[in-house]
Design a protein around this ligand. Structure first.
Ligand code: PLP
Length: 395
């Protein structure tokens, strides 16, 4: 008998495309050298955090506050929660306060805490394909059942399809804008329409339908600010982190924020605080909470990501690759030139280009490029893309 549970074993075997591609990349790097491999598989920013972070870290180290490494309220420091609330309130018309915020170990923890707080066993959670790979696991962790709904041809939410998927067991819908893996942003009009439809369905079914808006890329937006979900959907919760906007994924600092307009908001926060504790996170890292309190108006240089997007988008579409132009995040999600994207990905590997298949995101026939890599690597990869396009007879 296996030492690990069947479900875990199956998950390891079936659902770890990104890891698998990363491991293949590591093997190629060892064989051919770092500069010969163009690894676009991982959403791990190569950019360093903003300079303000180092200054604040230094200031904290040089003026320690007694007890600064102890446990605190499971929701986090009041000062940090207030700073986070203030920035959210600046971008919406809701009276967001510290009491609506729970600090968490990244967006992943915020999502698990939220799901645990709201789901009864067997409740359904709608996710929109292409989706962030971990959603299915997070929902399963907390006793829910994922229900997958396809987006439209521009990767925008298909309101009719979502409405059709809502059943008496639906409890929540996860949205993610700017999106991983597509980079698309949902316009305010689409979010408003979603809010309106959900309100109607809530009345029809007599139970709450909560939008969980997963927003770790919200500040990485190239054309216009991302619309705040609180003004569009009454029953909504933001889950997010500073993994991407401050380039701190290893530090595990994020939060959840509940819309003050949501019914029973105090009870939800009480539930979330309890779940943060019993899921074993206990609280978000103390030092990181203090650090980000002062950095709520900072982010990495979004212009750098825009430049990378433009360089790759222009070059690849010029070669004949077809894709929706992303408005944010740091991903491109082109259509595979071959019906079987795995075959395409194998051919790309011949030219040392490492990519993740769309199947891993519930979207076969596509592939993901994570361009949070150095400009130098992007430039060096262009010749390899040329050869790949040539072999496939594009254009
Ligand atoms: N949600 C999305 C869409 C992501 O892409 C990621 C990380 O890549 C996460 C959540 C998890 O972020 P965190 O590192 O804050 O847990």
């Amino acid at each position: 008998m296996s030492i690990i549970a069947t479900k875990v074993k199956d998950s390891i075997e079936n659902a770890s495309w990104i890891r698998r591609m990363f491991e293949e990349g590591a093997a190629l790097r060892q064989q051919y050298g770092d500069d010969k491999v163009f690894d676009f598989t991982l959403g791990n920013p190569t950019m360093e955090p903003p300079a303000e972070l180092k200054l604040e870290l230094k200031r904290l180290a040089e003026s320690p506050v007694p007890g600064m490494h102890r446990y605190m309220n499971n929701a986090g420091y009041d000062e940090t929660r207030a700073a986070v609330a203030e920035v959210i309130a600046e971008n919406c018309n809701q009276p967001v306060a510290a009491s609506h915020i729970v600090m968490t170990c990244g967006a992943g923890a915020a999502m698990n805490v939220t799901l645990k707080a709201i789901l009864n066993a067997g409740d359904e959670v709608i996710i929109l394909a292409p989706y962030f790979v971990e959603y299915k696991f997070y929902i399963d962790n907390q006793g829910g059942v994922p229900v997958i709904v396809q987006t439209d041809e521009k990767f925008q939410p298909d309101l009719n399809a979502i409405e059709k998927a809502i059943s008496l067991r639906t409890r929540a819908i996860v949205i993610n804008s700017p999106n991983n893996p597509t980079g698309v942003i949902y316009p305010k009009t689409a979010l408003m329409a979603l809010g309106k439809m959900l309100k109607r369905k809530e009345a029809e079914f007599g139970r709450p339908l909560t939008v969980i808006s997963d927003e770790p890329y919200a500040r990485i937006s190239f054309e216009e600010p991302v619309a705040n979900i609180f003004d569009c959907v009454e029953n909504s919760i933001i889950v997010t982190s500073h993994s991407k906007d401050l380039a701190l994924p290893g530090e595990r600092i994020g939060y959840l924020a509940a819309n003050p307009a949501m019914g029973q908001v105090e009870l939800f926060i009480q539930g979330a605080v309890f779940c943060n504790r019993v899921l074993g996170f206990v609280n978000a890292p103390a030092l990181m909470q203090r650090l980000i309190t002062k950095l709520q108006h900072c982010s990495v240089d979004v212009g750098e990501y825009r430049k990378k997007r433009d360089r790759l988008y222009t070059h690849l579409t010029g070669l004949g690759f077809s894709m929706v132009k992303p408005g944010g995040g740091f991903f491109l999600f082109p259509k595979s030139p071959l019906a079987d994207e795995m075959e395409f990905i194998r051919i790309a590997q011949k030219y040392m280009i490492l990519l993740v298949p769309g199947s891993g995101f519930g979207a076969p026939g596509f592939f993901r490029i994570a361009y949070c890599v150095s400009d130098d690597m992007i430039e060096r990869s262009l010749g390899a893309w040329d050869k790949l396009a040539n072999e496939l007879g594009l254009k």
